[in-house]
Design a protein around this ligand. Structure first.
Ligand code: IPE
Ligand code: IPE
Ligand code: MG
Length: 224
């Protein structure tokens, strides 16, 4: 049985779910939060140490301003509501991506990170304004500036995810098979599962089902 330390998720399909059920993409983003909560619960129960959630990409700025604003408002109210509970459950919140939002949100994110920084049960890496290519270029610049040798270890250590092992498992919901600029370096040996379900439809049992399939895979890492 494969150990499972780190799960990464591309939470895709909110907009389509919202249109289908309520004729509103934003309703889909709201509904997706319940799946986020369920996934965190599974991670806690299954002793998964790291959960990386793709919430907003560097490319998502191309969406209509109304949707972008709604997403950040939703994030703000979600964090305000949940941060004490996260803390109580020994969850550490870390933002990966460029924290360049409005002052109020930047401040809230910093407060949440600071409050939970010593928690050890589960680390949630929340990918916000995250783009993998940008992350890699940024890492190379950091190494160059310090005159540090460019090798695999040093580059990994200069990524936003420096304090997490590479994901064992990537799940993408929403019936789309692409990486959309997510963790291109870190996913080099991850097991990848694509679900046809839209993110708000992806239930605890679906997550558990992926985990149990993952556990039985023969992972080779180049060996036989
Ligand atoms: C993913 O759902 C969430 C974000 C990118 C914020 P989408 O909003 O991409 O949903 P679809 O893919 O349009 O259905
Ligand atoms: C990926 O979903 C980003 C997030 C889930 C936050 P997108 O819906 O933005 O991906 P593309 O544009 O369809 O590839
Ligand atoms: Mg999408």
């Amino acid at each position: 049985m494969n150990p499972l330390k780190h799960v990464a998720i591309i939470m895709d399909g909110n907009g389509r779910w919202g249109i289908k059920h309520h004729n509103s993409r934003n309703k889909g983003h709201e509904a997706g939060l319940a799946t986020v909560e369920a996934a965190i619960k599974v991670a806690l129960e299954k002793n998964i140490r790291y959960l990386t959630l793709f919430a907003f990409s560097t490319e998502n700025w191309k969406r209509p301003k109304t949707e972008v604003n709604f997403l950040f408002k939703l994030l703000e109210s979600f964090l305000k509501k949940k941060i004490e509970e996260f803390n109580k459950n020994q969850i550490k919140l870390k933002i990966i991506g460029e924290k360049k939002f409005d002052k109020k949100l930047n401040k809230l994110l910093n407060v949440c990170e600071k409050k939970t920084k010593n928690n050890l049960k589960l680390q949630i890496n929340l990918a916000l304004n995250y783009g993998s290519k940008k992350e890699i270029i940024n890492a190379i610049k950091i190494l160059n500036k310090k005159g540090t040798k460019i090798n695999k270890k040093n580059l990994s250590n200069a990524l936003y995810t420096s304090d997490s092992p590479d994901p064992d498992l990537l799940i993408r919901t929403g019936n789309t098979k692409r990486l959309s600029n997510f963790l291109l370096w870190q996913l080099s040996y991850s097991e990848i599962f694509f679900s046809k379900k839209l993110w708000p439809e992806f239930k605890t049992k679906d997550f558990l089902n992926v985990i149990s399939q993952y556990k039985r895979i023969k992972r080779n890492f180049g060996k036989i």
